[in-house]
Design a protein around this ligand. Structure first.
Ligand code: KG4
Ligand code: ZN
Length: 349
C-alpha cells in the first residue's frame, strides 16, 4: 500500500510517500517505510515579522504543495496512479494553512478515486520515531514538545493516547522562542538559542522551574520569559556580553523540568520506554540529559531522526499509514472536508 502524506498546519509544507505490505500487521512490528519526502520551510518568509503571519503561510502553502508532491512522486520512482490513499493534517494548526492541505488532498483523492484521511498533527509527531531504523514498541510514555504543545502521554497503541499532563500556559518551544527573542535572536529561535547556550554557563542564572515538585505531570513555562526579561533589564548594557550565559541558563531550566516530569510519568505508569517527539526533541542538551536520566532509571528512550523532529510530511504519511495498517481497512471515499484548528489529541477518535 502506498500512502501519500501532506502537512500544512503551520509554516512548513511537507509531502511524503510511505509504503507497507498489506499482509503485515501492527502485531508483527513491520511498520511502513518512507520512500521519499520533500519539505519547504517558510522561516525566511516570516522572519521579518518576528513570527508566523497566517495569511502569508496559507498563500505560500498553495504555491508549494503541488510542486513538492511531483518531486516526491519523482524521487520515489512511482506514479500518482500507484497511490492507494492520501493522509493530510486535519488539525490542530492555522485554519487557512490547514485548508490548503485538506483541499489539495481531497481534490487529488477525488481525481484518483482513492480514500483521503485527516490526521492529527500531534499524532504525526508522536509516531515520527517509527520512521527511524530503531522504532519503539508499544506501550510507552511520550513526551511531546513542540512550538505549540507540551504534553506527557501514555501511549498504548496507534490511536490509544491518554494525556497524563500538559503545559497550563506556554509550550516548551514557545518558552525557547520567546526567551530567544529577548536575547535578540530571530524567530523561531529555539535552535539558535541552544547553539548559543553551548558557549554559556547553565548555572550562571537561577531561572524558575515552576511545578518541578508538584505531584501532577503539568508544566508551566510562561514565567520563564518574564524572569529572562527581568534579568536582561537588570544587566542593561552588560546583557550582550551575558547572552551565552542567559541562553544556557534558560535552556537548563526548560530541560530540567522536562526531564524530571518525564521520569515522574515513567514512574507513575510503570512503563519502561520513553518516546520524545516534536521540534524541541531536536535539542541536544535535552537529549543528553534524558539519556543520562533514562539510563539510570533503566528506561529505553527513542527520538525521531533530527530531520523529523520539526514539522514534515513524512510523519503525516506515517501516521495515516499506521492507522490504515492497524485498522486493516481504508477510510471511506468522502471528499467533503473540514479542518480542526483546535483539536485535543485525546479526542482523536
Ligand atoms: O514541532 P514543531 O516543528 O512545530 C509545532 O508543531 O509547533 O516545533 C517547533 C518548535 C519551535 O518552537 C522551535 O524553536 C523548536 O521547536 N526547536 C527547538 C530546536 N529545534 C526546534 N528548540 C530547542 N532546541 C532546538 N534544537
Ligand atoms: Zn508540529
Amino acid at each position: 500500500m502506498l500512502i501519500l502524506g501532506i502537512e500544512s498546519s503551520c509554516d512548513e509544507t511537507g509531502v511524503a510517500l510511505v509504503e507497507f505490505q498489506e499482509n503485515s500487521t501492527g502485531d508483527t512490528q513491520v511498520w511502513p517505510k518512507l520512500l521519499a519526502q520533500a519539505l519547504h520551510s517558510q522561516i525566511a518568509l516570516h522572519t521579518p515579522y518576528g513570527g508566523v503571519v497566517p495569511e502569508l503561510a496559507s498563500r505560500d502553502h498553495i504555491q508549494r504543495v503541488v510542486p513538492l508532491t511531483h518531486s516526491v512522486i519523482e524521487k520515489s520512482k512511482r506514479s500518482l496512479a500507484d497511490v492507494d490513499a492520501i493522509a493530510f493534517t486535519k488539525g490542530p494548526g492555522l485554519a487557512g494553512a490547514l485548508l490548503v492541505g485538506a483541499g489539495v488532498a481531497c481534490a487529488l483523492g477525488a481525481s484518483l478515486n482513492i480514500p483521503v484521511l485527516g490526521v492529527h498533527h500531534l499524532e504525526g509527531h508522536l509516531l515520527s520515531p517509527f520512521l527511524s531504523s530503531d522504532p519503539p514498541s508499544f506501550p510507552f510514555v511520550a513526551l511531546l514538545v513542540s512550538g505549540g504543545h507540551t504534553q506527557l502521554m501514555r501511549v498504548l497503541g496507534v490511536g490509544q493516547y491518554e494525556i497524563l499532563g500538559e503545559s497550563i500556559d506556554d509550550a516548551a518551544g514557545e518558552a525557547f522562542d520567546k526567551s530567544a527573542k529577548l536575547l535578540g535572536i530571530d524567530y523561531p529561535g529555539g535552535k539558535e538559542l541552544s547553539e548559543l547556550a553551548a558557549y554559556g554557563n547553565p548555572v550562571a542564572y537561577a531561572f524558575p522551574r515552576p511545578l518541578l515538585h508538584s505531584k501532577d505531570l503539568n508544566f508551566s513555562f510562561a514565567g520563564l520569559k518574564t524572569a529572562v526579561l527581568t534579568q536582561c533589564k537588570k544587566l542593561g548594557d552588560e546583557m550582550m556580553r551575558e547572552r551565552a550565559n542567559l541562553a544556557a541558563s534558560t535552556q537548563a531550566a526548560i530541560v530540567e523540568v522536562l526531564v524530571k516530569k518525564s521520569l515522574k510519568a515513567l514512574d507513575q505508569t510503570g512503563l519502561k520506554c520513553l518516546v520524545v517527539a516534536g521540534g524541541v526533541g531536536a535539542n541536544t542538551a535535552l537529549r543528553s540529559a534524558l539519556n543520562t536520566a533514562c539510563q539510570k532509571a533503566q528506561v529505553r528512550v527513542h527520538y525521531p531522526e533530527f530531520e523529523f523532529c520539526t514539522d514534515n510530511g513524512a510523519m503525516i504519511a506515517m501516521a495515516g499509514a499506521m492507522r490504515i495498517q492497524t485498522h486493516r481497512e481504508l477510510p471511506n471515499k468522502d471528499y467533503s472536508f473540514e479542518v480542526s484548528p483546535r483539536w485535543p489529541l485525546d479526542q482523536i477518535n
